[in-house]
Design a protein around this ligand. Structure first.
Ligand SMILES: Cc1cc2nc3c(=O)[nH]c(=O)nc-3n(C[C@H](O)[C@H](O)[C@H](O)COP(=O)(O)O)c2cc1C
Length: 336
């Protein structure tokens, strides 16, 4: 029960719902009157806030500034007991074996769609880093499956093997006693980030949601959206479900990349640090995507204005143990 903040002399008990319905509009109206801009719908989202946004977020937020809470309470290091215990458990062979074998067993190759061999990109790294820019307009031309395969491989593809033969020989790590390592680094090599994408316009690929399987360099169909994407009206509705992208040629893009953090994959080892490690992996992976796009003359741009719940619903993840944490739009570059 919350106390009425106005009419201090006539205090009444209100339920939270009554408070939100009766008191908040007046409070927000009064405060908003003195500020020259509207109350932001994003005042509780992950941005650094000025004191006034923080104050408004306090009254408007349902999640109560969760990003500040997280960062303020985030502690790591040798004195972090839950992390030390998790790490020491993971030094036991069965834990390592179970985790890594699970990652490999996530996909059944019979259910996957094979991708073509990725191309090797030959542009100089310095030139590519200098040329990378966020680009928001697209030509609407179709993308080839080979281009998609090349992007996915450079994002998260298997690029090496780490020998773990020093572990107990009775431990089963799938086919061999090696861990397959990927293009982007990952805390403990646990790879908690799954790369989903919405294929809007890719040759030889039914429009829909897919998840990349690095181990097989293949994709799993999550949701067929051919009918929705081939109809202008339902396509516009689908894009609306993804977020707000005003001034952006989203209806001409080829791909939406969606990065999903699966917290149980690495937080059993790293406890509270798992989320931070997962987000770092997303940053590394998405930079690979941008650099590969630049080298392939594609246009890419991250978007913070996506709808987390709308996309999670679309791709069928729960928003509890699996979270959408990043979103990138990719298309054939409009060079006119
Ligand atoms: C996490 C993240 C979210 C972003 N969100 C948006 C966005 O919602 N809209 C947008 O136009 N650009 C967005 N960007 C792109 C930045 O605006 C862009 O990277 C920045 O202006 C620097 O330009 P450059 O990428 O061309 O170097 C985002 C970038 C990142 C890393």
């Amino acid at each position: 029960m919350l106390k009425n903040v106005f009419n201090q002399d006539k205090r009444v008990e209100l339920s939270e719902q009554e408070y939100r319905e009766k008191e908040m509009p007046t409070l927000i109206g009064t405060l908003g009157f003195n500020w020259n801009f509207n109350l932001s719908a994003y005042s509780d989202s992950t941005v650094i806030k000025t004191p006034e946004t923080w104050f408004r977020g306090l009254y408007n937020s349902k999640s109560r500034l969760v990003s500040e809470d997280y960062l303020l309470n985030f502690r790591t290091g040798a004195s972090n007991l839950s992390m030390s215990m998790g790490v020491s458990l993971f030094n036991n062979n069965p834990y390592i074996a179970a985790t890594l074998a699970n990652r490999e067993a996530q996909d059944d190759p019979n259910d996957l769609i094979e991708l073509p061999k990725p191309s090797n990109l030959k542009t100089s790294l310095s030139a590519t880093i200098k040329a990378r820019r966020s680009k928001r307009s697209y030509s609407g031309q179709r993308m080839s499956l080979k281009e998609l395969a090349t992007l996915l491989h450079h994002a998260q593809g298997i690029t090496g093997e780490q020998d773990v033969a020093h572990f107990d020989a009775t431990v089963t790590l799938g086919k061999k006693n090696t861990v397959q390592t990927r293009a982007a680094p990952s805390g403990g090599g646990l790879y908690p980030i799954d790369l989903y994408f919405l294929a809007m316009n890719v040759a030889d690929l039914t429009p829909g949601v897919y998840r990349y399987s690095p181990y097989y360099h293949a994709v799993a169909l999550v949701k067929n959206l051919e009918a929705e994407i081939n109809n202008d009206e339902t396509k516009a509705k689908l894009i609306e479900q993804l977020g707000h992208f005003e001034g952006w040629q989203v209806n001409k893009c080829n791909l939406f990349f969606m990065y999903v953090y699966r917290l149980l994959v690495n937080s059993r080892k790293y406890a509270d640090s798992g989320l931070a490690f997962g987000l770092i992996e997303v940053g590394c992976t998405s930079q690979n995507v941008h650099l590969a796009s630049t080298a392939m003359l594609l246009a890419s741009c991250d978007a913070g204005s996506y709808s987390k719940s709308g996309i999670e619903k679309l791709i069928g993840i729960d928003g509890l143990t699996e979270h959408l944490v990043h979103f990138t739009i990719i298309g054939k570059e409009n060079i006119e």
